[in-house]
Structure formats: C-alpha cells, structure tokens
Design a protein around this ligand. Structure first.
Ligand code: ZN
Length: 334
C-alpha cells in the first residue's frame, strides 16, 4: 500500500505540474483529493487494517494529502499569476498609510488667528495683486520715499504689483468702513529678495489694526504683551525699541528672546539672542487723511509680525526656505 501511495504522488506531481487550465485543475482535485478518490478510500480503509501496519500507512496517507493540497495551491498560483509570484513574501509588514495634516506654517497662522480672535480682532483679507495707491501711497510711502527701496517690489503691469506687505488690507478696510475697526490681516506677501536662510521671495505676515476715538499707545503695548504671553507663556522675555515705519508715529520694534537658542545665539537670531518679532506704532495722521478719516477725532494703532519666523522658532527650523519647499520627508518629522 505504501508503494501505491508513492505511485500516486509521482503521478500527481506530473499532472499538477503540467495542468494548464482551471478546469483541468478542478478535475485533478476531484481525482486526487475528492470524496471518491483512491486516497480517500485508503483513508477510510485504515480502520480495518492490522494495527501493526495502520500507523505507518496512516502517516503516509496524511502526508500525501497535505502535499497534494500544496501542489494544488501552487498550480492555482501559477495559473493566476502567469508563472507564479516569485519574491512574494506574505510575512512582510504592511505599508502604513500617512495621515494628512496641516503644514506647520498654516498651523502657526491658525494659532495666531485664534489668539487675536480671543483678543477681539476679526480676520480681514485682501487681494495679492495690489495697486501703488493701496500698497504705498495711502500708507505714507510716496514714490520718492526711501522706504520703497526696502520693499523690493515685483511689478505686474503698470502700477499693479504683488503686495509687499499686508498693510493695504488696512487701507481697504478703513476706506469701506467707519470706526471702530479692530482687524487682523493675515496673508502671503512678496518681495524681490535673493533667498537665503532668513529671506524668501514670499512669506507670511499678520497685521493688526485698531482704530477708534481716543486709542492710546499703552493699549498697543498691553494687547501685544497679552498676545506674546498667550503665545509663549507668562515668562516670555520681551523688549521694546524705538523703530521707524512710514505709516506709524511713534513706532516701536518688539523683540522676544530667541526660542530656538534661549538667548545664547544661533542662526535664527543672528547670534544676538533676540528675535525681532513685531513692528508696531500709532497710525500716522497722514494715513488717516488718505482714507478720509479726521486725525483730530480718530486715533489707532497698528502692528505687524512675520509668521514664518514664529513658525521657525516653534519648529526649530533655521532656514526659511524649508517652509516653502514642501519636502514631505521633512514635514513628516515636524
Ligand atoms: Zn537664537
């Protein structure tokens, strides 16, 4: 009987190995593994066998059943895959799908908007292609003003240009509404700069404006201190320096201790330990006149900050260009 099993094995190996269609394979399955197959009959006959023989034959029958099953599976694979699937390793771990999330810059922007919304500001938006009046003239930057040299401008056509700051949104808002106005204007701005670790031809600003009767400089200082504490915690080190901006008078620049090196000096803070975070001041009377407000009745403050710089300090990135390159290998680590 053991000899017969070996004959069956040899016959099956040949036939399964050369089977060329699903139908053929199904016939072979019935013939070798079906209920009426020779192997199955042998299996059922085991009970009536001499116990001395039964064990060896039983083991051989089971081994052949198992091998026939493997032959069938291999032949099915071969027919399905047109020659089998070499190199398929079912034990390899699967690929983990990446879950999308916000870009770090957009996360910073959302956080800033959230804080200023809590402080009573509403978000205002404006066009990216501006005209000379809204981007310069109305902000007290006439054609011969030296500040124009600092705004390396991309001109589009005629007096149309890519906005160099978000300040034109202040002008548009004041010209279309009456005080009180309390807005922030977040958005992308453009400068014709040679890119390096701290300069990019496009970056994000967020600007704020509060205009009403009797607004004082102390309120400006108060709201910005409150903002920086919300952002960095109550122990944040802040310093105010006198500054100059054409559209505010008096003006101040506000520095915070570098969050990357904690004051020791690094490339983000240009080794000074401080990062200039905000420019601010009281709205210049000439700006009020340009939008049709009476500077004797109305006063207000304005401030602006660089979103990219805040994002860089938060993420520890020391090159602004990394924020624009959208390299997923980097973004997935942040
Ligand atoms: Zn630093």
């Amino acid at each position: 009987m053991l000899k017969r099993l070996e004959e069956l094995r040899a016959e099956a190996t040949d036939l399964f190995g050369s089977a060329s269609s699903e139908n053929e394979l199904e016939e072979l399955r019935v013939r070798f593994l079906g209920r009426k197959s020779e192997l199955n009959q042998m299996s059922r006959g085991l009970g009536g066998m001499d116990p001395s023989e039964r064990k060896a034959v039983g083991q051989a029958v089971n081994a052949l059943k198992k091998d026939l099953g493997a032959m069938l599976a291999a032949a099915q694979d071969r027919l399905a895959g047109g020659g089998g699937k070499p190199g398929l390793d079912l034990t390899l771990p699967g690929r983990r799908p990446w879950v999308g999330r916000r870009h770090p810059l957009m996360r910073t922007l959302a956080r800033l908007e959230e804080i200023f919304t809590l402080l009573g500001f509403e978000v205002a938006l404006g066009p990216h292609i501006e005209d000379d009046f809204h981007n310069f003239e109305a902000l007290n930057i006439p054609a011969d003003h030296p500040a124009r040299d600092m705004h390396d401008t991309f001109y589009v056509e005629g007096d149309r240009l890519l906005r160099t700051h978000t300040s034109p949104v202040q002008i548009r808002t004041m010209m279309s509404r009456k005080p009180p106005i309390r807005i922030i204007a977040p958005g992308r701005v453009y400068r014709n700069e040679t890119p390096d670790a701290s300069h990019s031809a496009e970056f994000y600003q967020l600007e704020g404006l509060y205009v009403d009767r009797g607004v004082k400089f102390g309120e400006l200082k108060g709201v910005l201190t409150r903002f920086l504490r919300e952002l960095y915690g109550d122990d944040v080190a802040v310093r105010l320096r006198p500054g100059f901006f054409p559209f505010t008078e008096p003006s101040a620049e506000i520095d915070v201790e570098c969050r990357v090196c904690h004051g020791k000096g690094c490339s983000v803070c240009k080794q000074t330990g401080w990062v200039e975070l905000l420019g601010a001041g009281m709205v210049d009377p000439r700006v009020f006149r340009a939008v049709g407000y009476d500077p004797d009745e109305i006063s207000g403050y304005a401030f602006g900050l660089g979103v990219d710089r805040i994002c860089m300090m938060e993420t520890g990135l020391d090159d602004i260009r990394l924020l624009m390159e959208n390299d997923l290998r980097l973004l997935r680590q942040i």
